[in-house]
Ligand binder design. Sequence first.
Ligand code: ADP
Length: 542
Amino acid sequence: MLGLMQDWPLLIHRVIDHAASQFGVQEVVSRSIEGPTHRTTYSAVRARALKVAQRLARDGIREGDRVATLAWNTWRHLESWYGITGIGAVYHTVNPRLFPEQIAWIVNHAADRVVMTDLTFVPLLEALADKLPTVERYVVFTDAAHMPATKLKNAVAYEDWLDETDGDFRWASIDERSAAGLCYTSGTTGHPKGVLYSHRSNVLHSMSLCNPDGLALASRGVILPVVPLFHANSWSIAFSAPMMGSKLVMPGMKLDGASLYQMMEEEKVTMAAGVPTVWLMLLQYMEKEKKRLSTVKRMVIGGSACPRAMIVAFERDHGIEVFHAWGMTEMSPVGSFGAVKAQFADLTGEALYDLKMKQGFAMFGVDMKITDDSGKRLPWDGKTFGRLKVSGFAVTRGYYGLEDQNILDDEGFFDTGDVATIDAAGYMQITDRSKDVIKSGGEWISSIDLENLAVGHPDVAEAAVIGVAHPRWDERPLLIVVAKEGRPVDRDSVLKFMEGKIAKWWMPDDVQVVGEIPHTATGKINKLRLREDFRDYHFPGA
Ligand code: ADP
């Protein structure tokens, strides 16, 4: 017997409808690409998203068509997502930090019909346009006054394009399982792979994440997503902030420490979310300028492991609570969140930081397990590590265009490619990406643990550990560090600092000091590049 409740499809437009009707006056503040700070409201975002939908429909865009966005976090980018999904089309977020050839590859793979972009990326697209045969039109997120002369096909300024509509439009009525968003993984090996979110998965994932032991969004909160809309579905914030009516502060293209600090202070931001590299820049700026954030209460950090030194700096020195989160593009993207469960409420000091170093526990809608190579489940004892696998309503079951390949195990779980432990209380801790873990004499060494420890050294700004071939041990860890500005650092002092804090056989065999550590398009340490850079390196005496 079926229940007698209404069939109310979980469509993305419901989110902006709710935001407009309940939090219509709530602000969305952006640093515009043209320069000045721009202010709008959820009610205006909805009204303009309806125009985007109407205008796309007039351009012949239909349900299921892909519309690329290659843009920073601004109100226009946000409006475009709701407009695109509002006619049943699919927003395809393109990461501008990818190599131009990769951008061309994914636009062609997705067969995008329209590209919506910022002024910043017009030259990039002009250079690529010949290689993008599926694109029929380029919409530049600006007004007539700032629109550059360009040969891009059917190029139009977004504001002019919108002005050709009256906004009298109805959202498409479609199946909640319809595709809504497409985001390609970075593809460190091989071609990038497309993850195709549905309306339902986006709505459920956002509902799950905005709760008190998650992002804890509320209408009295002010959230600044540094995490870009173009990476990993913006950690749901493009949906969860309007859903809960939080004021949304979008930093545009200025992500340096000084610009973020200024925006956080001016807009009284209470919560921010981003990857550790961004917060490293902010902390360095505040340390140098002797500044403190006066309104921020919560910092959500994820995308790569948050070093202990960063947790301590925010919590102890700035009085800001840190939440360490883990996830991946394939999970919409958040899988676990580092809130403190009731049984740990009394933890303080180092014991609390120990807990916060873990990547948290699975949120509702995510089932987790760790297994050995044969697929056998491993115990949740906080010590045994294995392959981390997940299933849930917002976890992918296949890649776009590769639907015939089964990527799930026989229990329906997706292998994340991460190696992790899970403790008795359910807290998961990433040991490493399986391809980054260092295999020494048949045992594993976590590069993340070594990096975390090394950045605790007072003169080290950033650290990366890679495995380097060793004649006897197969692989041994090489530590690569960047010194803090004006604070020279040497091999021996780093090794001395690490001694006694880890097992002896985990100690790096050498330390190399470099001017800069390469990062990926998503702001993570680029280990592939590092491994290439150090291809000819040999350990002293090995
Ligand atoms: P990309 O390959 O572009 O970085 P993702 O953002 O999807 O794509 O990366 C997901 C991966 O990032 C995870 O599988 C994991 O290895 C790593 N990761 C994400 N969050 C954390 C975290 N808090 N700690 C350690 N690793 C993390």
